[in-house]
Design a binder for this molecule. Structure first.
Ligand code: ADP
Ligand code: ADP
Length: 230
């Protein structure tokens, strides 16, 4: 069975339809890019898949279990234990140095302060940003911030990582660094990745592309071609 599956997802905001019946399946270990122009429903789809937003209709299953019908408490437990999320602007805590930002999810999971800090440092090293361990987000470059945010998303070793325009706020070189780290680390750990992007170059890092248009899968896009699924 697929790791993640959506069937017939429908979601509107008031009178604005955002998803109009989207079905897809993601296999364990795949890196899938959801692409399409601004406003086509990518973020809404990602939020439904990640259990952040409830669809109006349709279902989402993770490892064969419905997750769209879970209570808010169960969904946030699942997000904490198995899922990671990386947003466009990293969303680091401005008052905390890099290493403490990365350690935060472990502290929330009950890991001791000392072990969380050690793990945080080792993840900063893996992402090549150990030199900013004690810097505040405001003191870092955009690319450094996003690599710290990626370290924080991976520190709990999620089975499934969602990334929403992970390079949207970065220049080309910084964006490529973040993506190559993401692809390498996901490969090393067997992490499945669903990323959303309007940028075809970003989609080039994925094994497979799913094209969205006006809230539906775009059958004319490259989305249905399996480029290099494992
Ligand atoms: P994308 O991520 O592809 O840009 P979104 O999922 O953000 O697309 O948006 C899909 C559609 O839903 C757009 O028409 C957008 O304006 C609308 N939309 C998204 N979020 C909201 C919201 N919170 N309130 C009202 N409309 C929204
Ligand atoms: P993106 O397309 O990169 O996801 P957007 O600019 O479409 O970013 O949306 C940013 C935020 O604003 C999201 O949380 C989205 O849900 C919300 N949003 C988007 N469109 C609308 C809208 N028409 N009305 C209200 N909120 C919206």
């Amino acid at each position: 069975i697929p790791l993640l599956e959506a069937r017939g997802l429908v979601r509107s905001y008031g009178a604005t339809p955002a998803l109009r019946g989207v079905s897809l399946a993601v296999a364990e270990g795949e890196i899938v890019a959801v692409t399409g122009p601004s406003g086509c429903g990518k973020s809404t789809l990602l939020h439904c898949l990640a259990g952040i937003l409830r669809p109006d209709a349709g279902e989402v299953t993770y490892r064969g279990r419905r997750i769209d019908t879970l209570s808010e408490a169960d969904r946030s437990r699942l997000r904490r234990s198995e899922l990671g999320v990386l947003f466009q602007f990293g969303q680091l805590v401005a008052e905390l140095p890099a290493v403490e930002n990365v350690a935060l999810p472990l502290l929330l999971a009950g890991v001791s302060r000392r072990r969380a800090r050690t793990a945080g440092l080792s993840w900063l090293e893996r992402l090549g940003v150990a030199d900013v361990a004690d810097a505040l987000p405001g003191e870092m470059s955009g690319g450094q911030r996003q690599r710290v945010a990626l370290a924080r998303a991976l520190v709990t070793e999620p089975r499934l990582l969602f990334a929403d325009e992970p390079t949207g706020a970065l220049d080309t070189i910084a964006g490529e660094q973040v993506l190559s780290h993401l692809v390498r680390l996901a490969g090393e750990q067997g992490t499945t990745v669903v990323l959303v992007t309007h940028d075809p170059r970003v989609a080039g890092y994925a094994h497979r592309e799913i094209a969205l248009r006006d809230g539906q899968l775009d059958p004319t896009g490259l989305g249905l071609a399996v480029v290099g699924a494992p």
